[in-house]
Design a protein around this ligand. Structure first.
Ligand code: MD6
Ligand code: FE
Length: 211
């Protein structure tokens, strides 16, 4: 088989930002089984933004901390505010995938202590934002797409910079760090569809180092 006939599986988006096509395909079934377990312990919920809006993305977390939002602001919390318990531990297969994807993208020292799990349904979107609530911007973000395809909006360092629209499919991984760590990004409204494993859903895992 001549690999040159096929799309490049690794694409540099910008300095410090890489798209790893299909990187998580082999582990996807194990990842999805683990997501179901996480959602039993800490259910998906729609957080309220500091401005009082309900987020259309449903979220939960695993790891030592979880990313949460309420009227008082955004923060990383060692306890799930809904259950008042610690978040479920990071499953070993999550950690292994996050570390190997970071390494493949040129970040050999990634030490993730949070996985934010996002659930999108048709119509769900994520407006342009920076991931800037973390303590150490030398650590990258690793983002894993599962289920329905989505259009990732990849912007610049300013909110109004031109954006690229990048289709993300089941098993794709995007890693951003270094000079791209604070780039604006988002997700366009999810189109209707049905995925063989997840039905009308997209699950996104974002791995970070919170502290
Ligand atoms: C994505 N997600 O779903 C990218 N950031 O492909 C994010 O950038 C993101 O889903 C912060 C909080 C939740 C997210
Ligand atoms: Fe983000």
């Amino acid at each position: 088989m001549n690999a040159d006939l096929f799309a490049e599986p690794v694409e540099a988006l910008d300095e410090g930002a890489m798209l790893l096509r299909g990187f998580a395909l082999d582990t996807a079934p194990a990842l999805l089984a683990a997501v179901r377990g996480i959602a039993v312990a800490s259910p998906f919920r729609h957080l309220i933004t500091p401005g009082g809006f309900r987020m259309s993305v449903a979220m939960t977390n695993c790891g030592a901390y979880g990313w949460v939002s309420d009227r008082s602001g955004y923060r990383y919390d060692p306890l799930d505010p809904e259950t008042k318990h610690a978040w479920p531990p990071m499953p070993p297969e999550f950690l292994h995938l996050a570390v190997s994807a970071a390494q493949a993208a040129g970040f050999p020292d990634f030490r993730s202590d949070v996985c934010l799990v996002n659930r999108y349904e048709p119509g769900t979107r994520l407006t342009l934002h920076q991931d800037k609530d973390e303590g150490d911007f030398t650590q990258p973000i690793v983002s894993v797409s599962l289920g329905l395809p989505a259009t990732f909006l990849w912007g610049g360092m300013g909110r109004s910079d031109k954006q690229r629209r990048i289709p993300l499919f089941h098993g794709d991984v995007v890693v951003w760090g270094g000079p791209s760590r604070l780039r604006y990004h988002g997700v366009a409204p999810l189109k209707d569809g049905s995925h063989p494993e997840l039905g009308a859903q997209r699950i996104n895992l974002t791995f970070r180092r919170a502290r």
